[in-house]
Design a protein around this ligand. Structure first.
Ligand code: ATP
Ligand code: MG
Length: 558
């Protein structure tokens, strides 16, 4: 399986790996992707997935999928299942079985006992609030808890009783005994176990104490002999703790933690907590709403794994800010669909046109290829008839300068068909245009009209043959580039009210039997994808607009 359509772009993590392979420090690269099953994955996770799995592929190593399931209240089987599906959909396969941090609970407990025996961990009775007070600040050192000097024997006894369920939730914690005066607050005796009576998705009610993330993560990495433990920059200050824990214990390996910057995508949000808020407050229809930056949402919208992977390749890996405009992602999707999607015609805002000089049997249909550069896509007939639909926006009585589409008395080419002239405009009592009466030049099928130039080409559909379709026009979910940057306002205030428009449009009969998740280019309108869940092949046709043909946010729509 190849992870990249294009050559990888060098970056500092690749340099480290290459140096480690060259020096013989490692002969095989082992990475891991460690999601917490507390939500669906988003585009930021795609960056991490492509990095970890991509490196393993490129250096013939392997990559584990390990769930960091240490927060039982927030985690679910549904999320864990969806995460596996997302990783595979992106085109990756983990090494061996799925791993769970909970697989190591017994070993993690054993290592904690080991730390206690070495005098490097103690049971603390301070409340959470007291612990915060004692911890100090960036400018003030912390002070030791009155329980810090408990004897090894007492700590062993108390820790065992914590596990046995003798104390209420929050009554005690186990803390690493490191340095209350450290300049790094993470080293001021961090909690490594807490009491929490919560049902765990894997271990059920077996445990009432759960290990903390920082303690669990490094040991899990070490047990799996991960060589390079890649994480986002906010864990940089946790690295001394990662190394401290592993330095104290007889673990099989000591992985190297390397941090890179997280992806921030403008006009959307990359935080599971906030995405969950969008779902629970019903601003969107669910985690897979096509406006969501979740992998499952992007999939439903019609984004392709190849396009997403190319995006993560282009944005690169570094330690500097990685704020990327949505247009970059949309550009990658567009480029990928360009060669992948068959081209057909659809009309989203229909205006009826009657062809006055249509002659049955004489006015002909034409064959059209599904892709100009890919004859292997095949072709279909584009039927013509006395009544056709064109796009409301392709006609105006008051053309601006440079207008090449239809006007009263003007001519346009109907794509794959005749040149047509508008002879009469029919209006309702309110003055709205409700129909056009037009005539075709019978001598223009597949050739230029004699003696004049017709520049404009518009798409259209034979009303008699067109199939009705529900077409969902998606736009960006937020109206501002950084919806969550203003801490005084709820990001939901910046939701784009026009992010979803549902229209009843028309499509070519050629798409009647399209399976769910089939990509099309609707000529001049954009890329569309049949909905994964609601589209019925041969029945109710439902399309999601994946992306427009041009970037309408930075350029004028042409
Ligand atoms: P969130 O803040 O959305 O909850 P998280 O970091 O808590 O994300 P995890 O499930 O712990 O979510 O993430 C799994 C992996 O994905 C981690 O290694 C994390 O660093 C990485 N990751 C998460 N968000 C991003 C992002 N925006 N860019 C790059 N990597 C990310
Ligand atoms: Mg996390």
């Amino acid at each position: 399986m190849s992870s990249h359509t294009q050559a990888p772009i060098p970056h500092f993590i690749r340099n480290i790996i290459e140096a480690d392979l060259a020096s013989g420090k490692h002969t095989d690269i082992v990475t891991r992707f460690p999601p917490e099953p507390n939500g669906y994955l988003h585009i930021g996770h795609a960056k991490s997935i492509c990095l970890n799995f991509g490196l393993a592929l490129d250096y013939q190593g392997h990559c584990n999928l390990r769930f960091d399931d240490t927060n039982p209240e927030k985690e679910s089987e549904e999320y864990a299942r969806a995460i596996q599906e997302d990783v595979q959909w992106l085109g990756f396969q983990w090494h061996g079985e799925v791993r769970w941090a909970s697989d190591y609970f017994e070993q993690l407990y054993g290592f904690a006992v080991e730390l206690i025996k070495q005098g490097k961990a103690y049971v603390d009775d301070l409340s959470a609030e007291e612990m915060r007070e004692y911890r100090g600040t960036l400018t003030h050192p912390g002070k030791p808890s009155p329980y810090r000097e408990r004897s090894v024997a007492e700590n062993l006894d108390l820790f065992q009783r914590m596990r046995a369920g003798e104390f209420v939730d929050g009554a005690k914690v186990l803390r690493a005994k490191i340095d209350m005066a450290s300049g790094n607050i993470n080293l001021r005796d961090p909690a490594i176990y807490r009491i929490r009576r919560a049902h765990h998705i894997r271990t059920g009610d077996v445990w009432c104490i759960y290990p903390m993330y920082d303690y669990t993560h490094c040991i899990s990495d070490a047990l799996e002999c991960i060589t390079h433990s890649l994480c986002t920059l906010e864990f940089e200050d946790h690295r001394p703790l990662y190394d401290w824990v592993l330095d104290q214990l007889a673990v099989p390996s000591h992985p190297r933690q390397i941090e890179f910057s997280r992806l921030e995508l403008r006009y959307t949000i990359t935080s599971k907590r906030k995405l969950l808020q969008l779902v629970t407050e019903q601003h969107v229809s669910g985690w897979d709403d096509p406006r969501m930056p979740t992998i499952i949402g992007m999939r439903r919208r019609g984004y392709t794994p190849q396009g997403i992977r190319e995006f993560t390749r282009r944005i690169g890996i570094s330690k500097s800010e990685n704020v990327v405009d949505m247009a970059v992602l949309e550009g990658c999707i567009r480029e990928d669909l360009e060669a992948r999607a068959a081209r057909v015609m659809a009309v989203v805002k229909p205006l009826k046109v009657t062809i006055s000089n249509f002659v049955a049997g004489e006015s002909q249909s034409r064959e059209a290829g599904f892709h100009p550069e890919h004859p292997e896509f095949g072709s279909r007939m584009v039927p013509f008839s006395k009544e056709i639909w064109i796009e409301v926006d392709d006609f105006t009585e008051n053309p601006p300068a440079g207008w090449q589409r239809l006007t009263p008395g003007g001519e346009v080419r109907l794509r794959y068909s005749y040149v047509m002239r508008c002879d009469e405009v029919v209006k309702d009592v309110a003055g709205n245009v409700i129909e056009l009466r037009c005539s075709i030049d019978q001598d223009t099928l597949g050739k230029n009209p004699a003696g004049r130039k017709v520049k404009g080409v518009i798409h259209w559909l034979s009303a008699e043959h067109a199939l009705p379709a529900e077409i969902r026009l998606y736009d960006r979910l937020f109206t501002v580039p950084e919806p969550d940057s203003d801490k005084t306002r709820d990001f939901c205030e910046f939701i784009n009210p026009a992010s979803l428009t549902v229209v009843q449009g028309w499509v070519e009969p050629a798409v009647r039997d399209a399976a769910p998740e089939t990509h099309y280019q609707f000529e001049r309108l954009g890329y569309f994808c049949t909905d994964r869940h609601e589209h019925q092949s041969g029945g109710k046709l439902t399309f999601n607009r994946t992306v427009t043909l041009k970037d309408s946010w930075t350029k004028d729509q042409g």
